[in-house]
Design a protein. Sequence first.
Lengths: 126, 435
Amino acid sequence: MAKILIVENDDNQRLLYRENFEEDGYQVFEAHDGREAVARVEVDPPNVVVLDINMPGMDGLQTLARIHDLNPRLPVILNSAYAEYKDQFVSWIADAYVIKSSDPKELKDAVRRVLARRALRKKRKR
Amino acid sequence: MRGAGWNDTTLVLLLAGGQGERLYPLTKRRAKPAVPFGGLYRIIDFTLSNCLNSGFKRIYVLTQHQSLSLDRHLRLAWSILQPELGEFIQTVPPQLRLVSRWYAGTADAVFQNLHLLEEERPERVLVLSGDHIYRMDYNRLLQFHIRHAADLTVACTEVPCAQATRMGVLAIDRAARVCAFVEKPAQPTPLPQRPDCALVNMGVYLFRTETLVRAIIADAKGDSAHDFGHNIIPNLVSRRHRVFGFDIVEQCPPERRYWQDVGTLDSYFAATIDLLAAQPSFDLFDATWPVRMYSGQHPPALMRRAGEREARAVDSIVSPGCIVSGGSVLRSVLSPNVFIGAGAVVEESILMPGVRVGDRSHVRRAIVDENVVIPPDMRIGCDHTLDRRHFVITEGGVVVVPEGTVLASSPTRRSANAQAPALCRNALTHPSQCR
C-alpha cells in the first residue's frame, strides 16, 4: 500500500484528500506546514508527497527544495490554487503541478502517474 | 552592431569553483581561475576579456574552493562595469538555498543557483569556465546558435587525437548537429578531414534557458556526477535535443581561434612558454582583443649591472617591479616584483610575484610560486633526483616550488658553490621550541 503525505494548511482540504485517497487504498499521512513535512520525510519517507504552495512559515517551494535535498528521488506533486507558480524554475523540480479543484480526480491521476513512473524506473534499475 | 542586442538577453555563468587538483600545488592556496598566467594575468582574465570584448556584460562568477584571492582579484581588476546599465560581474559563493552541501559538480553549481536564472530571466545562458586560455568572439557563437535554433551549442576545437583522450570528444554531422559526445574516450573518433585530430569540447556552452533548467533539474534527481561533460551534454544528445557543435577552426578567423587547456602543470607551462615565441599562438599584444588584468602599482622593471656582471633578459617577459641585478633571464616569465641576483641564471621558467633568486643560483625549467626566496648558490631543476625530495616534478620534467616554501642552503654542503635545496619549513621559531 503506497504511502501519501498530504502537506496542506487548510483543514477541510486535508480532510477531503484524506477521504479520497483512503478510499482508493492509500495510506495517508498529514502535515500542516512545510517544517512538519520535512521532519516527516526525514524520519519516515512516504512514496509520494502532495504539497500545497501557499502556506504560512516555510512555503511549498521552499519545502520542495528541502525535500529534494533530503531525498532527490521522492516524487512530489505541487498542488496549488494558483497557476502562477508554474513559471518559477524551482517548481520544475516537482514531478507534477496540479491546480486545486473541488474534484480531486486530476490530483489522483497525477499520483497514480508519478507512482507508476517511479515503479518503472525501479524495475529498469533492477 | 555586435549581436544586435542579443547578448543583452544572454546571461553568463562562469564556473570558477573547481578545486583544480591537476594544477596542484599552484592551487594550494588559490582557486584555479586565480592562478597567475603570463606574468601579469590570472587565468580567469582571458575568459572575462572574451566576455567584454564580445559585449557580454551580465556575468555571475560561481566560486567555491579557495575563493579569497579570486574574489580579491575580481574586485580589483573587474569592478569596471555599469550596474546602472544592467551590467555586472558578480561573484557568487555557494548560497545553500536549495540544498545544504557544496557543489557536487559543474551542473550542480548551476542547479544550486537556479534563483539567479529566476531573477534574470535570460533567453539564453552562456556557461563558461575559468580553466582555459583562449580568445573567442562569443558573438559568433551566439549568431550560430540563433541561426540553428539550437537548444545547446557546444564550442569545440580540433586537437591531436593523443590529447583528446583527456577531453570530451564530439562527432558532428554535415549540418553541425552533434551526433555523439564521449567524455575522455580511450580511442577518440578522428575527424574525417583530419584523421590525426579529433573535435573536442572547449567548455563553452550556450543554452536556451529552458533547455538548461530542465536538463539540470532532471540531472539533479538522478544518479549522476552532475557534470556538463559527463552527464548533461550526452543526455541531451541521446534525447535528440537540438545540440550543435561550433567548430572554432571552421567558424572563426585565425586570430580568434586560439584555445589552450591549462588543466595540467605541463600544459600550463607549455602555454606560458609559448607566449615567448617569435610568432606566439596567443598574441598578448593584439590591440583588437585586449586582455584586461590587474597587477597593482609597481615601479618599472629595472635591469642593472652588479659589479662586472651584466643583467640580461632574452626572449622573456619581465613585469613591472622586477629587478634583474647582474643575473640572466632566458626564455622565462617574471611576474611583478621578482628579484634576480648577481650571477643567477633563470632559464625557461615561470617566476610568480615576489620571488627572489639569490646570487649565483640556477633555476631551470621550473615554476616557482609566489614569494619563494631562493638563497644564493642554489640549483633548482638541474638535478631531478635532488629536486624530487622537496618538490613536485611533472611528467614533462618541470619542477614546481610551491607558494610559502622557505628554502635554505643545506648546512652540510654549505661550502659547495652549487647547493641542492634544503627545506626550512618555517622561518619563525615554532612554539614548541620556545622555553
